[in-house]
Design a protein around this ligand. Structure first.
Ligand code: PHE
Length: 338
């Protein structure tokens, strides 16, 4: 035999096993299996051999070829999975550090806290009420009858056909507080509310409200006016004027929509107030007797007022923002301004 196949196999095996990297293995592939490699050379010399040598050598060379192909492929796999990260790290502890970024509170959080702070100064307590509500708390107890349009699935996110939903306003907070506590009560309920509205410059499927209510014996509409006037002057400045327009809410009677004089034009009329000079900021009224009945308060003992305001709307007026979507896009260039 012209070649000692066994010795060749042993040598190739050693060389391939000791390859340090992929380039090293590749060099072995070329050396043994390449077009001009050792195996190819053996095959090219076969015609010069005797018939018996030819078949023997051909057989061995073929076996060696398969053996080395497999060995090389395994070695490549092995090298690819090895962790090539350096074992020691070059660490220069004298380099200047990376300054951690200091965040700011979201503008909605800031306005929400500002609103709550004004009411806590007036003696109101803050109550945290859940965002997942029962149909009873969100509607029934608030005197919103079965056939009222806002009960349709269109206006409320329902949860899996159960009688649970994402609260569409913070008013169910009134029910939770009154079911749990007896008057006198002065409470604000801040938080997220949900409505399946198409998103545009003034609508979002999620926004924030602050609910407020006060219940005691002999609470009057003038108390509501006093509290809300103090609130808007604290928030927007002492020159702000208020206007109460008659309105309808199922859970208050009488009800009103409350406007403030336009913060942009001071009532002269501009594009923000639609030339009206007034901006609607909240809904309010005297709590309906049916609501007291639903929470089990004795008949004719208490009176009270309630109001609810949208935080995004107030923040937009306060900062002159014309698109509600800006609050929820997480654009730091916008958020860093507050
Ligand atoms: N819940 C009403 C709304 O979301 C607002 C409101 C609250 C009105 C309390 C009157 C009294 O539109």
């Amino acid at each position: 035999m012209l070649w000692d196949i066994e010795a060749l196999k042993k040598k190739a095996q050693e060389e391939i096993n000791s390859a340090q990297d992929l380039a090293g293995v590749d060099a072995m592939r070329i050396k043994y299996l390449g077009r001009k490699g050792i195996i190819a050379e053996i095959f090219s010399k076969l015609p010069e051999l005797s018939a018996e040598e030819k078949s023997q050598t051909g057989k061995f060379a073929n076996e060696l070829k398969f053996f080395l192909t497999e060995l090389i492929n395994n070695k490549v796999q092995q090298l690819k999975t090895i962790d090539h990260r350096p074992k020691t790290v070059d660490l220069d502890i004298t380099l200047p550090g990376i300054k951690p970024e200091i965040g700011t509170r979201h503008p909605i959080t800031q306005v929400l806290e500002e609103i709550c702070a004004i009411f806590t100064q007036m003696g109101f307590k803050i109550f945290d009420s859940p965002e997942i509500e029962t149909e009873f708390n969100n509607f029934t107890a608030l005197n919103i009858p079965l056939e009222h349009p806002s009960r349709d699935a269109f206006d409320t996110f329902y949860i899996r056909r159960q009688k649970l939903l994402l609260r569409s306003h913070t008013s169910p907070g009134q029910i939770r507080v009154m079911k749990k506590y007896k008057p006198p009560l002065a409470v604000v309920v801040p938080g997220k509310v949900y409505r399946p509205d198409a998103v545009d410059a003034s609508h979002s499927f999620m926004f924030h409200q602050v609910e407020g209510f006060l219940v005691d014996e002999r609470v009057r509409f003038s108390d509501l006016k006093g509290v809300l006037t103090n609130f808007s002057q604290e928030l927007f400045g002492s020159d702000i004027k208020m206007r109460f327009r008659p309105h309808f809410f199922p859970f208050t009677e009488p009800s009103a929509e409350v406007d403030i004089s336009c913060v942009m034009c001071e009532g002269k009329g501009c594009s923000v107030c639609g030339k009206k000079g007034w901006l609607e900021i909240l809904g309010a009224g005297m709590i309906h007797p049916n609501v007291f009945k639903a929470v089990g308060y004795p008949k004719n003992k208490y009176t009270g007022f309630a109001f609810g305001m949208g935080v995004e709307r107030i923040a937009m007026l306060k900062y002159g923002i014309d698109d509600i979507r800006l609050f929820f896009e997480n654009d730091l260039r916008f958020l860093r301004q507050f």
